[in-house]
Design a protein around this ligand. Sequence first.
Ligand code: NAD
Length: 367
Amino acid sequence: MKKFQLVTLPGDGIGTEVVEGALKVLKDACSRYDIKLEVQEFPFGGRSFDQHGTPATDDTIEACKASDAVLLGAVGGEKWDHLTGADRPESGLLRLRSELGVFANFRPVRVYPELAHASTLKPEVISGVDILIVRELTGGIYFGKPRETNRSVPDPYSFDTMRYHKSEIVRVAEKAFEAAIRRDGRVCSVDKANVLESSRFWRDTVVEFAGSYSGVELQHMLVDNCAMQLIRHPKQFDVILTSNLFGDILSDEAAMLTGSIGMLPSASIGNGPGVYEPVHGSAPDIAGQDKANPLATIASTALLCRYSLNLEQVARDIEQAIEGTLAAGYRTGDIYTGDDKETLTGTMEMCDRVLDALENVEKPETA
Ligand code: NAD
């Protein structure tokens, strides 16, 4: 029997609800292949601040480092909005990402046929979209030094620094190429090489790296064109590889193709345990009401299986169960349109319906 160690950090608000439900699905999906998960849960974010005076204790961080993967809900809420600096719930997130050295952020954007109507774009443009955005997460202009604002000169100025070392580009490119191999085998590297020195270096480095890699088709696109193409013809993309700043903007743009924040999973990956979490926040407006859509977190557990546990078949089963649940018409409030073929469900019932759908997913004979 294979065994893995997981840490769950449900966090605040709907984080606790969606992680509880998603964990049930993940455990069930693993048990079909005799895989056991040993799970340790820790308070995180606001809840950790209330109990321990910090959003992430050293014990929590150490347990995450010692685990195979971390499943996170969401942090924050009005109760902690008055906190500043390292006490703020999101500081716990930043610390976790930095201590685990997760330098690549994966944001899959997948439009399920049943939800194509939820997008502001035409169904024929977005139906079948399946993009993976791989964003560099720990370098570039968000962290580059020097950065300065000088207001004490006659014409005040301010600047940031977009700096990338070759090693930083190579390691994230490697993650994108590895992911592309498991998908359609195409990487589109996005930069601003017509204007920025750091983008020309990014492009040269990706080209050199690609030379050592076979089986992946590499294309380059300028970020302004990519922003347009995501709206005009999003189906052309497989994996998009890009820097921290461009990825931040493009991943939010691409996310809106799906129409609902409750459907978007994410993974932050380095060379140790990865962090898997829904893209949405703690949604205080619906917390504790059994209204949250758990599918983003359930889809995050599929990514956890694929990228941290190397359990591709379990990942596919979970994704197929999500598809089956949507195809059967089950919807939480955020994706419910009132159509006769739809059944409105709460958070926990949605998880139970995914568990039912999982039973109907056939196991391959070779598994
Ligand atoms: P949010 O994502 O929590 O909510 C935005 C809107 O989307 C709300 O109307 C909410 O009800 C809805 N929504 C979000 N997730 C949903 C789901 N799974 N199902 C159904 N509806 C869903 O963003 P916000 O309101 O800007 O932030 C609320 C709190 O969350 C803040 O404290 C913010 O700092 C925090 N936050 C945390 C993270 C994180 O932990 N990674 C990310 C974003 C925001």
